[in-house]
Structures are given as structure tokens and as C-alpha cells.
Design a protein around this ligand. Sequence first.
Ligand SMILES: [Fe+2]
Ligand SMILES: [Fe+2]
Length: 380
Amino acid sequence: MIDAPYQSDHRPAFADVTFGNILRTDPYLQNPTGNAITVTWLTNTPAYSWVEYGTDTADLTMARTLVDGQAMAGNELNKIRLNGLTPGQKYYYRIHSREILFYGGYEKIFGGTAVSPFHSFTLPAPGDKDFTAVIFNDLHQYLGTFDALLKVIREKGVNYDFAVFNGDCIDDPASQKQAVATLSYYTSGIGAEDIPVFFLRGNHEIRNAYSIGLRELFDYVGDKTYGAFSWGDTRFVMLDCGEDKPDDHWVYYGLNDFEGLRKDQVCFLQTELSSKAFKKAGKRVLIHHIPIYGETDRYNPCRELWDPLLKKAPFAVSINAHTHRFAYHPANTAGNGFPVVVGGGFKPEGATVMVLQRKGDAMTLTVYDTQGNEKLKLDL
Ligand SMILES: [Fe+2]
Ligand SMILES: [Fe+2]
């Protein structure tokens, strides 16, 4: 489903013809779970959009979004799910957007069709443990910092299978225009046409006029801002700490209920930690934006709620953000039962990028600064 404001009844029936400029963004891949993946992109005009995909570019299947029997059309934001994929198989896909100039009850006028080049992706085969992931945090739309960290990854020859943005990367989104400009800079930079990307919410994604609308650009695992997924036999658990001040703080004007969201995650954690997928995983990684162990906010409600569950959980590492100061807390140094690594901030001199790598039974986490210096390398 596409959320508001794309379903506005107030859209003009006629749109300007925009020759050759139908695609607003490149496609980006999300939510590679359940033998499926979501292809997301935006157009500049109302369009009818679909994806062609397959293991052979000469034998393609068409996917589109159906809403109660109707093909989604006349919209600008596309989130098209490719289902029934075979893990370990390389898939090729390309997107199509056909401009709709007039969408009437008995007549439809189409304009040109934009078609992307072929892109490809591979979902991890169940028996394949190996992967490399890159993790960014707190970029706060400092695109130069992002570029510097990307350069480091390239110079180090890191070939990653997926990327994670661990919050405060599209901070204080005021409008869709602003958010899409930043998001597409990130997704193009990391090559999300070909590798899936996970966006976790930081406290700054929760602020400003487009903070609720921002959700429409994402396809969360399980359709929630917290969840879990497996990549090979590594289990990732993602939590959402919400805002960094109490719900009744005046700046929120009574519009937040993160107390409820955090409590929901107690139930989620109970279920997840006793699940087969978690128990039989070879490695387990926890990711959330605000740290709950070590140096963090004075207001730390997540620790009180989640620590009773987390302290017994066999995570190899917890990857955090938010403080804008790189930190490493070895296990059992701050009430933490597992190592905690906190990424740096947005200023080039303090920013970091993490590379999480699994090779066979071994897993490493390496943290680089913008100069390519290795700030930390952990065997997990
Ligand atoms: Fe931040
Ligand atoms: Fe933050």
C-alpha cells in the first residue's frame, strides 16, 4: 500500500508532460526477508509502474502492486514486492514507469515509459554463512561525511552484501522533497539498486513535519520499526528506542507514546529470544540507535525495560549510535553481557563506518574513521 499524501483526491487530472524525466530516483532494495525483496523508487509524475525480474534477462516475470484487484497507478511512490524468490539465485530486474497524462473513468492517456538498466541481487542461501555488511549512523545529512566514509570502504576493497543506516541519517525531515534528496544520495552512494539496505529509526527521524510521512519511503521488516531477520545463519535483532526525552516533555506536545512502543518491544524480545531462528543462529547481532549500556542519555527507559531480557541473551555484539562519540564497551564493563560498539557522529573528524564480516564460523567488526584508520577490530 502507498500511504498518504499520494492518494490525495486533489491531484490534478492532467499532469505536465515530462519527456525523459519520468524517474525521480533510482530503485533501492529493501526488506530481503521471506524469500522476497522490495523494490522502491519514485517518479516525477503520476505513472503506472512495474518491475520485470528473473534469473535470465531473456525470461522475465512482471510484478506490480495490486490494491483490492486494481493495479496501483497514477501514483509516484512505488514499493513493489518480488515474492517467491529462490535464495542463492542471482536475479536481474529493471523498473518501468509509464507516465499517466489522464486517468479518467472511461479513458486513460499514457505518456512515455521510462525503463531502468538491469540491476541484480542475490538473497543469501541458507547454508551460506558468509557476508559483509556496512553500517552508517548519525550522518545527519552531512553528505560530505558520507562520501568520505564511502571512499574508505572502496579503498579498503570492502564488497558488502547489505547496508544498514542506524538512525539520525535523515534527521528532522521537513518534507518529502528533502527526505528523498538525502535518501537517494545514500542509496545511490551505496549502490542500493543491487544490494539491500536497512533503515533503522533514530530519534531525529521522529522529528519535524515529515517524520510520519518518512515511513512511506521505507519497507520495514515485519512492517515495524523494530524486528529481526536472518542473513545466512546470523540473526539480526533491531530495536527502536524512540525519542531521547520522556513522552511528556513539552517539546513533543503530547504527540508521542514511546512508552507503549518500548513495552511492545518487550513482548517482541520475549518471542524473538525464544524463537527457533534466534536459538539456532550461529551468531546474533543486536542493533539499535540509542545505547542503553555505557555512556548514554540520563533518560534511559529502554535499559530498565529490556535489560532483564538482554542480559541473558547470547548476542555477539550490540551496535549503537546517537552519542556522536565512538565508543567500545567490552562485555561486562557497563552492565552489558556482550560487547557494545557505538559509532561516531557526523563531523568528519569524529565520524565512523563499521564493517561487519562473517567468514565461516568467524565474525569480525571493524570500525574505520574518515581517514581510513582502523579504530577498532573485534573478533566476535
Ligand atoms: Fe545523532
Ligand atoms: Fe540520536
